[in-house]
Design a protein. Structure first.
Length: 491
């Protein structure tokens, strides 16, 4: 039981801060040639994006040269592959394992943890407006837990090249987390993870790729893959795909030397287009999360239970004036509209009772929403390592298809759209120059980075001396991708 507890503790210590709240519809990508030396050019980020019609025309252009890589999928991996490929100049449309590394002297597990922590630091750098450090508390109710958990968390601290883990006695722990159950509480361990606005992070990856020359089409669906015989080998090779624009019903062809399948739980459906006899490789699972009122957690502190009654992990984290609690991990079937099981919701509510003060009555009616996240378990890679996984995918594409990139991978440290001129104090400009309410200004600044100034200028002038524009700017927000969609490319 104890070893299982520390193993699950290590898993959530790496992954709990980055909670996936949504996903984008599968998107076919093709990236256009550009001079890779301009990958970090600020001027490119200020240039207007092509309209959706122009993006589709570029994809469907049969008179131009074929694309190097066609990427199917618009999630973290698909967007990451798009950005990686275009930054190389191609033309193309874990602390979970730390316990094994320490106690089993498994260097491979150590390497995976080190890689994941490096990628987390990169995410905090390239999108500071969308990511932030978040302290996570592990309450200690039994003295044996202190040295046992301390070893795992301290090793996590050392591997990440930080010294942020600290031990708190009972009274300070209750000050940090007033909702905590103080009965038999000995103290708490606190470590730092990272939290991101994942839907917007995914969109920013796609927008940045488009800024650097990507041809991108949303609400499109691949219906079939195209093949031809390679005269050099006599074997059939993929040469493109037939794509349908679901907004207009128009069908067109995208020609490419290589296809990257980045469709997550739908991976097998694309693989079957290539060969109907191929066995499935995806073992999907469902992770249920619930959102609760914000009084279930403090504003800047999360909580982790590494060993529930059945060995699963439960955490609750502050999230956009709510509290996110979860998660379960059960096998499921792939569905476009998965529905959480009521027993999973009850399990989460029952488990969090153990850690919250008896003064807090945990009610089923407090559940504001339920969410099922589908995980593609054949890879077990997470949001945090999307960049490394995308780099490996494009490396493989280059090798297999014999592509000629203009340079090496450049995505490590490549700032995303909205990050260049952002600072935590940027929202003050919205307040002082435009009269935006402070809470709204902070929200816009953190969601859109330095592009929040462009967004607020879309709002018509109020006609009054103050405020200069409407206080919420709500009428124009939809064009900036609210809801995780690539809408009108108005950045």
């Amino acid at each position: 039981m104890y070893s299982r507890a520390i193993r699950r503790l290590a898993y959530l210590a790496f992954g709990s801060g980055a909670l996936t709240l949504g996903s984008l519809q599968a998107v076919p990508w093709a990236l256009e040639t550009y001079n890779s030396r301009r990958a970090t050019s600020r001027q490119l980020m200020d240039a207007p994006l092509k309209s959706r019609e122009e993006q589709l025309a570029s994809l469907a252009n049969q008179n131009g040269p074929e694309f190097d890589v066609l990427i199917i999928g618009g999630g973290a991996t698909g967007c990451g592959c798009a950005l990686d490929a275009v930054s190389r100049g191609l033309k193309n449309g874990a602390i979970r394992y730390l316990q094994k590394a320490v106690f089993n002297l498994d260097y491979e597990q150590y390497r995976m943890v080190k890689e994941a922590l490096g990628e987390r630091a990169n995410m905090l750098h390239i999108a500071p407006h969308l990511t932030k450090p978040l302290p996570i508390m592990l309450p200690i109710y039994h003295l044996w837990q202190l040295p046992y958990y301390w070893v795992g968390i301290k090793m996590y601290d050392l591997v990440s090249d930080t010294q942020a883990v600290f031990l708190s006695e009972q009274v300070p722990a209750l000050e940090y987390f007033p909702m905590l159950n103080k009965n038999a509480l000995k103290g708490a361990l606190v470590y730092y993870d990272g939290q991101q606005e994942d839907a917007r992070m995914c969109l920013s990856l796609g927008l940045t790729a488009a800024k650097l020359g990507a041809s991108v089409a949303n609400y499109c669906e691949v219906h079939s893959l195209l093949k031809s015989v390679d005269p050099a080998t006599g074997k059939e090779v993929l040469t493109g795909a037939r794509v349908v624009d679901n907004m207009t019903g128009k069908e067109f062809t995208v020609r490419a030397k290589c296809i990257v399948n980045a469709t997550g739980p739908y991976t097998d459906s694309v693989r079957l287009m290539d060969s109907p006899s191929k066995p499935g490789i995806v073992a999907p699972s469902a992770g249920v999360h619930i959102s609760l009122p914000d009084y279930y957690s403090p504003e800047m502190m999360g909580l982790l239970d590494p060993a529930t009654a059945d060995g699963r992990v439960i955490f609750f984290l502050p999230w956009q004036n709510c509290t996110i609690a979860g998660t379960t991990d059960t096998p499921c079937t792939v569905s476009d509209s998965p529905h959480p099981a009521e027993e999973d919701v009850k399990f989460i509510l029952q488990e969090i009772k153990h850690y919250l003060s008896p003064e807090i009555v945990i009610r089923r009616g407090d559940v504001l929403s339920r969410l099922v996240l589908s995980l593609n378990n054949h890879s077990r890679r997470k949001w945090t390592t999307y960049r490394q996984m995308s780099e490996e995918a494009i490396d493989t594409a280059i090798e297999v298809a014999g592509l000629q990139p203009k340079g090496p991978c450049r995505t490590s440290g490549l700032m995303l759209l909205g990050a260049y001129n952002w600072s935590p104090n940027l929202f003050i400009r919205l307040v002082q120059e435009f009269g935006v309410e402070p809470t709204v200004a902070k929200h816009l600044s953190c969601l859109y980075g330095d592009k929040c100034l462009d967004l607020i200028r879309l709002e018509p002038l109020s006609g009054h001396r103050w405020p200069v524009v409407g206080k919420t700017a709500a009428s124009k927000l939809s064009v900036f991708g609210i809801g995780g969609d690539f809408n009108f490319w108005l950045f």
